[in-house]
Design a protein around this ligand. Structure first.
Ligand SMILES: Nc1ncnc2c1ncn2[C@@H]1O[C@H](COP(=O)(O)OP(=O)(O)O)[C@@H](O)[C@H]1O
Ligand SMILES: [Mg+2]
Length: 399
């Protein structure tokens, strides 16, 4: 795809000390954010955490209660919405049904009396690979194609900053995944700054250079996707971005580069540089795919943590991997994801099992332990599916 006239630089976006209070409700609290020009930035968080409000503040559709907004180094806090170098693509594309694709894309340019509106509209449509359908009407297009028209309509204005508010929300899963890759490649081509808002962690990780995880109007952690995934700092991040096994106990000693934590009587090591706190009661964690499952007690080895024995209480096969739940006395349930290397489950339901992991894979959270729930059950679809299954099984047993 040729970037052509769209190869203009995006602009930095800076939010400084933003608060947004609605009557009786604080939607955004002390938000500081700096998005470098030309980056693809994702704001990730559950429904109601303040994502749309943040975008509306940037677009100038809401005024912050306090704080400042800078675009390209220029303070736009008092600048009217239509004068900001910003365009928004919403979840509902809101294309004009009576206009052709081309007219939809050219509309804004024409209204502002910009020269060569049609030529520019064709160029934007070429960018989203839809120029050959420019004479069609929106209802003659698929959902994914309509979404691309909406994107062309926003890009044609050459905004320094493009805001995307869950723009793929209306698409089915397969098309969504395809559009994620396309959006990312369009962003790379045009070089504009994209601020993408989503509640879908996979979407945020697939597309963005930088992800900011938002919870209750505040940013809990921000960084490159791999960095957030490998080293979450709070229980919320550990469970919103993928799943984590979390355990709480007192730090009992220090051993070389590690702290030693007493987890229900077992000594567990966590690298100091991966632990946010080194004394007192701490919550530590490890990702389910980092765990090895054993059917006999593994030999103690330096650099390895072992928990068990426990009992396998659930085995769910999901194609590429199998998810095991291991109930360990005093610890609750441990989740293990095992890649499917052989046919059938490796470990059977009801079997005795141990888990082990390399010390380097553990992490220690900054949260006070009482704020560390084992699973954020309302957000994780895999957990919800498992809960539903347990409920169904219980019902069948009762009947
Ligand atoms: N105009 C408003 N008046 C009062 N509360 C609002 C208003 N707009 C949003 N909110 C509240 O602010 C919170 C954040 O909303 P929103 O930014 O839309 O969340 P998200 O986009 O992350 O789902 C929600 O609890 C919502 O009910
Ligand atoms: Mg929203």
């Amino acid at each position: 795809m040729a970037a052509g006239a769209f190869a203009e630089a995006g602009a930095d976006l800076e939010l400084v000390g933003i608060h947004k209070r609605f009557p009786g409700f604080t939607a955004i609290e002390d938000l500081d954010l700096r998005i470098p020009a030309g980056s693809f930035f994702a704001l990730l968080g559950p429904s109601g955490c303040g994502k749309t409000t943040t975008l509306r503040l940037v677009a100038g559709l809401e005024q912050p209660t306090s704080g400042r907004i800078l675009i390209g180094g220029k303070d736009v806090t008092e600048v009217k919405s239509f004068k900001r170098p910003v365009n928004t693509v919403f979840q509902s594309y809101a294309l004009f049904p009576h206009m052709t694709v081309l007219e939809n894309v050219a509309f804004g340019l024409r209204r502002r009396g910009i020269s060569d509106a049609v030529g520019k509209a064709h160029e934007a449509l070429r960018l989203v690979e839809l120029d050959h359908l420019s004479a069609r009407r929106p209802q003659q297009l698929s959902g994914g194609q309509q979404q691309r028209v909406a994107l062309a309509r926003a890009i044609v204005n050459r905004p320094a900053l493009l805001l995307l508010d869950e723009p793929l929300g209306a698409l089915d899963l397969k098309l969504r995944r395809q559009m994620q890759l396309e959006l990312k490649s369009i962003q790379t081509d045009v070089g504009l700054t994209f601020l993408h808002v989503t509640h879908d962690q996979e979407e945020a990780m697939t597309m963005a250079d930088t992800v900011a995880v938002m919870n209750k109007g505040q940013i809990e952690q921000m960084g490159a996707p791999e960095e957030l995934y490998e080293l979450p700092r709070t229980a919320f991040v550990a469970n919103f971005l993928g799943q984590s096994n979390l355990f709480t106990g007192p730090v009992t000693s220090s051993k070389g580069e590690s702290i030693v934590v007493d987890i229900a009587g077992v000594k567990i090591e966590v690298p100091k540089e991966r632990a946010q706190r080194h004394t007192g009661e701490v919550t530590i964690g490890v990702r389910p795919e980092k765990l090895m499952l054993h059917t006999s007690a593994p030999k103690a080895a330096p650099g390895t943590n072992v928990l068990g024995p426990g009992r396998v209480t659930d085995v769910s096969f999901s194609g590429v991997s199998t998810q095991y739940q291991i109930a360990v006395p005093g610890l609750g349930l441990i989740t293990v994801f095992a890649q499917n290397m052989v046919f059938g489950p490796v470990v059977n339901l009801g079997a005795e099992a141990w888990v082990s992991w390399t010390v380097d894979h553990g992490f220690g959270l900054a949260d006070e332990p009482e704020h560390a729930p084992k699973f954020a059950s309302d957000t994780d679809t895999a957990t919800i599916a498992l809960q539903t299954r347990h409920e169904l099984l219980a019902e069948i047993e009762e009947a």
